[in-house]
Design a protein around this ligand. Structure first.
Ligand code: NDP
Length: 262
């Protein structure tokens, strides 16, 4: 199936590892040129160079913190330098661990800036570029936790829920400019971060980190396994393409059977 993505300009935040990196590779494999953002320059620049070489596309690395206005401005400027973006993937984010009773205001604000304001600011800067180019696609990587909370991470649950509603609201505003906005809610996706956490949690009890991850999958997903970043990236790539032309303002779950409601 030709997805028609060759020569499209795609901006991906949090693109140096895990899901964002898999989306970057998926879009590059379809011939899209990339603007990749993350805070850590070394890893990001190495991956951008590797992807450009492997797929014969251009990949610009922007070292930026998307939780700041300055960081999003740098990303918007890099996309403008390439002639403007056709695709924006708001992926950068991270889990949390706290109780509502104990977490200070600053922590709530930091997650609000990372999960919500980054998407707001990037939409404001990049949607006009898309409009000039005749349309575009904006995708938000929220989480199954936006609708089915994990109780140890209330700030994550709440801020991802807000991102999901932002996606829905933005979709109505931008469809008049032929910009399709959607949200993806993933379940358990096996990224290096999950492996690191599993190793830390099992370090003092025998180091069976794989057993720990299997127990997590058994508890949460009817498929009893984690998904790979590539399995999730495939959905992002499809939704980025014209093949998904009637997908507007929705949320798509990619969760291996984790969602407990219809
Ligand atoms: P990783 O921790 O593996 O990667 C996160 C990426 O985002 C890195 O490239 C990191 O690079 C970048 N990043 C983090 N903070 C910022 C920031 N402030 N500014 C710019 N870049 C940043 O995460 P995953 O791949 O696991 O997750 C990606 C997204 O998917 C997140 O939004 C997460 O909530 C969501 N998700 C993940 C699931 C999972 O099971 N893995 C399930 C459901 C949703 P650097 O640190 O160098 O900035």
């Amino acid at each position: 199936m030709d997805l028609g993505l060759k020569g499209k300009i795609a901006v991906i935040t949090g693109a140096s590892v895990g899901i964002g990196l898999a989306i970057a590779e998926g879009l590059a494999a379809e011939g899209a040129d990339l603007v990749l953002a993350a805070r850590g320059g070394e890893r990001l620049e190495a991956e951008a160079a590797r992807i450009a070489e492997k797929y014969g596309v251009s990949a610009t690395a922007v070292v930026a913190d998307v939780a700041t206005a300055g960081g999003t401005e740098a990303i918007i400027a890099a996309a403008a330098e390439k002639g403007g973006a056709d695709i924006l993937i708001n992926n950068a984010g991270t889990g949390s661990n706290e109780t509502v009773m104990e977490a200070p205001d600053e922590k709530w604000q930091a997650y609000w800036d990372l999960h919500v304001m980054a998407a707001v600011r990037l939409a404001r800067g990049i949607a006009p570029q898309m409009k000039r180019r005749g349309g575009g696609v904006i995708l938000h990587n929220a989480s199954i936790c936006a609708v089915q909370p994990l109780w140890y991470e209330p700030i994550y649950n709440v801020s991802k829920s807000a991102l999901m509603m932002f996606s829905k609201t933005l979709s109505t505003e931008l469809i008049q400019d032929n910009i399709r906005v959607n949200c993806v809610n993933a379940g358990l996706i096996l990224t290096p971060d999950w492996i690191k956490t599993a190793k830390q949690l099992t370090a003092e009890t025998g180091g069976n980190w794989e057993g720990y991850l299997q127990a997590v999958a058994n508890e949460h997903a009817s498929s009893k396994r984690f998904g790979t970043p590539e399995e999730l990236a495939n959905v992002f790539v499809f939704l980025s393409s014209e093949r998904a032309s009637y997908c507007i303002g929705s949320t798509y779950f990619v969760d291996g059977g984790m969602l407990k409601t219809i």
